[in-house]
Design a protein around this ligand. Structure first.
Ligand code: SF4
Length: 685
């Protein structure tokens, strides 16, 4: 029995020991597993915490363009692993990374050349805080008022503040100061005293010499002096800006760069006012050997009347304007000098137009084609919507309309992109999630001049003794209709593209040519979104002559042709016709004639633009001086706001709100008997 008990006890002990061993083993593995999990967990947390920093740092080193927009804050600069930037661009527009926005183009061009670029868009101009946001740029600040002159952006044609700004987030007005380029340049100078400042954009371009400022009704000095900038880029600025960046990086001076203006006696070395004076005292106002003219072989300088002279004397103002226009061509233009007190503004000859391959390269840069995400809360930037699915096909305009600054800014010579480059851009558009199948525009300053050429343009430059399109189109101008139609057809054939529309304005004087019939019919058939835009501007041939536009009879001919083509095609398409009221040369009688003529034609125009004299345009000059600078004949100029309102009211006489103004205008003209004709059913007095 005892043995049996002992055996049982032995067996129990054995079992208990086994169980203990098993429990210890389980505990060991349990703790081991727990430890492993803890270690993995802790490392995971550490990695999760530091991963964004490690990844960003690494990616910034390897791919500086990994963030799609150019940096706009100090943090974004650091995210790229950079300590500083080479160039900081300051713009009066919201930051929209699209080739229609000048600051975006310049930013991308510099970036593609290897420079580190940041953008400060619409900074608070009351302090220097925003201007310091990206730190001190190594090379320069590039300053632009934006895509428009800031005074045009801020004020209506009646000098009232605008209620919205399409180039600002949410269309909010007031985000850019008046004379923005001057204000921004001075703030940048306050923030970093020794950093060079480069001015560019249309505001700088059209105010580079002493100019008439309609908003202040005064002749102002060159913007170079008010802004205290080191150099001004005029016209389209890609080549100039690249050359400026290259020279500053190499420690070279900024003399003699085509398409730029500088002040002599400023921080630019080796080219002083006294040297110029010396040349003049030797009786050499042209043909003098002045250092720094660069590739402008003749190195000759033409002196134009000084700021002090043009401010006091309208004939001197006209003389200066004439000489500026005569030297506007990149192939024949010479260096101009204008005195401002004891200094000079020197303008080097215009930049050569970009060749097709260079133009392609500019438009093929990696634009995001969108507004900066910081504007999402305000619904984005309204101005972007018109270009969201559009493609720029060419630049330059041989039209030379007197009221427009475009031919002064882009030049008369047309440069067109290659078909393959445009097709590549279109293909990229079709890959966007928001693309619904419509390319809204393929155009430039004038839609039907894509591919246009003249034998003189490359090498000799545009004619100085005649216009390309007026009084009738020059026989040597070859519009590129076949090229255009081939392009539109190929765009239409791309997978995902349902429509290719041309929304840019057309030159109707070119389209009345029987040789253009096939082109016009195809455009009307396949490439209009229900309307074609043209700009007859007025019905008086005398006024049209001052505007440098073709005769009204050409518009009437075109209008009839367009309607008959659309009728034949069974298409109900409108002709949107733009008119300008109160242009220099236009009397109340002329506006009444326009109103009556349009009434006879059954046209009731909504697109009336009140004339606004832009700096350095021919019309702006005539407005200021009251004379045509080329013929020196006196020109009537409607100046008072009351009269300007009457001009518009006569043209828009169908609007009942205009009744008192129409009455007043007819009374002044002693033509009250026409009131019932203009405003049937309304009381004459
Ligand atoms: S030849 Fe005719 S198209 Fe050519 S630049 Fe002269 S005016 Fe213009």
């Amino acid at each position: 029995m005892t043995n049996g008990k002992d055996n049982d006890q032995f067996t129990n002990n054995q079992l208990s020991k086994k169980k203990d061993r098993r429990d210890r083993l389980y505990h060991f593995f349990g703790y081991w597993l727990l430890s492993v999990c803890l270690v993995i967990g802790i490392w995971s947390l550490i990695i999760l915490f530091f991963a964004p920093f490690l990844f960003r740092l690494n990616s910034a080193r390897m791919w500086p363009m990994s963030t799609p927009f150019l940096p706009t804050t100090g943090a974004e600069v650091k995210d790229r692993g950079w300590h500083d930037l080479d160039v900081v661009l300051v713009t009066g527009d919201a930051y929209v990374d699209h080739p229609s926005y000048g600051a975006a183009v310049i930013g991308r061009v510099l970036q593609a050349a290897g420079f580190r670029v940041g953008i400060i868009a619409q900074p608070d101009f009351r302090t220097t805080r925003d201007f310091s946001r990206l730190g001190r740029p190594r090379l320069f600040f590039g300053v632009t008022a934006g895509n428009m002159d800031s005074m045009v952006a801020n004020y209506t044609a009646h000098k009232r503040p605008r209620l919205n700004d399409d180039y600002s987030p949410g269309g909010r007005p007031g985000l850019r100061p008046d004379h923005a380029a001057v204000v921004y340049a001075n703030r940048a100078r306050e923030a970093f005293r020794d950093v060079p400042i480069v001015l560019g954009g249309i505001e700088a371009s059209l105010r580079r010499f002493a100019h008439y400022d309609w908003w202040k009704n005064e002749v102002r000095r060159s913007i170079l002096l008010d802004s205290r900038a080191d150099i001004l880029v005029y016209g389209m600025g890609e080549t100039q800006v690249l050359e400026i960046a290259r020279r500053l990086a190499a420690g070279e001076n900024l003399h003699g760069i085509r398409g730029t203006a500088v002040t002599a006696g400023s921080r630019v070395q080796g080219f002083t006012g006294s040297r110029l004076e010396e040349a003049r005292s030797r009786g050499q106002e042209a043909g003098d050997d002045v250092p720094g003219i660069g590739d402008h072989g003749g190195s000759d300088i033409i002196k134009i009347p000084s700021y002090e002279e043009v401010r006091e004397d309208i004939d001197k103002f006209n003389e200066a304007f004439r000489t500026i226009v005569e030297n506007q061509d990149p192939f024949t233009g010479r260096t101009l000098a204008q005195g401002h007190a004891n200094r000079y503004v020197l303008q080097y000859p215009p930049a050569l137009p970009l060749e097709t391959k260079d133009l392609d390269a500019v438009y093929e840069l990696p634009y995001v084609r969108g507004w900066h995400p910081s504007y999402n809360g305000e619904g984005g930037v309204p101005g972007f919507e018109t270009v969201r699915f559009s493609i720029i096909s060419h630049r330059g305009c041989p039209g030379e309309c007197s009221f427009c600054g475009l031919s002064l800014h882009q030049g008369r010579i047309v440069s067109s992109r290659s078909e393959s480059s445009i097709l590549n851009e279109a293909q990229a558009l079709t890959r966007r999630k928001d693309f619904r199948g419509t390319i809204t525009d393929v155009g430039g300053p004038t839609a039907n001049l894509y591919g246009a050429v003249c034998g003189r343009w490359q090498g000799k430059g545009a004619c100085g003794n005649r216009h390309c399109l007026t009084p009738t189109p020059c026989r040597n101008l070859k519009p590129g209709y076949e090229k255009g139609l081939s392009l539109y057809g190929k765009l239409h054939a791309l997978p995902g593209v349902k429509h290719v529309f041309i929304e840019s304005g057309f030159r109707h004087d070119l389209l009345v040519d029987p040789k253009a019939r096939g082109y016009l019919e195809r455009i009307c058939k396949d490439h209009l979104s229900g309307r074609m835009k043209v700009a007859p501007e007025h019905s008086s041939d005398r006024v049209l002559d001052i505007m440098n536009k073709p005769s009204f009879s050409v518009y009437e001919q075109f209008s009839a042709l367009y309607r008959s083509i659309c009728r034949k095609l069974g298409k109900d398409q409108h002709l949107v016709s733009y008119f300008i009221s109160a242009h220099p040369g236009c009397t109340l009688e002329d506006s009444l004639s326009l109103a009556l003529r349009l009434g006879e034609l059954g046209i009731h125009p909504e697109q009336i633009q009140d004339f606004m004299p832009l700096p350095m345009t021919l019309s702006g000059t005539v407005y200021h001086t009251g004379k045509d600078p080329f013929t020196e004949k006196e020109v009537y100029v409607p100046r008072s706001f009351r009269e300007r309102k009457m001009h518009r009211a006569l043209i828009q006489h169908k609007n009942p709100k205009n009744t008192p103004l129409v009455r007043e205008a007819l009374k002044l003209l002693k033509k009250q008997h026409l009131f019932p004709k203009l405003m049937p059913g309304r009381k004459t007095a």
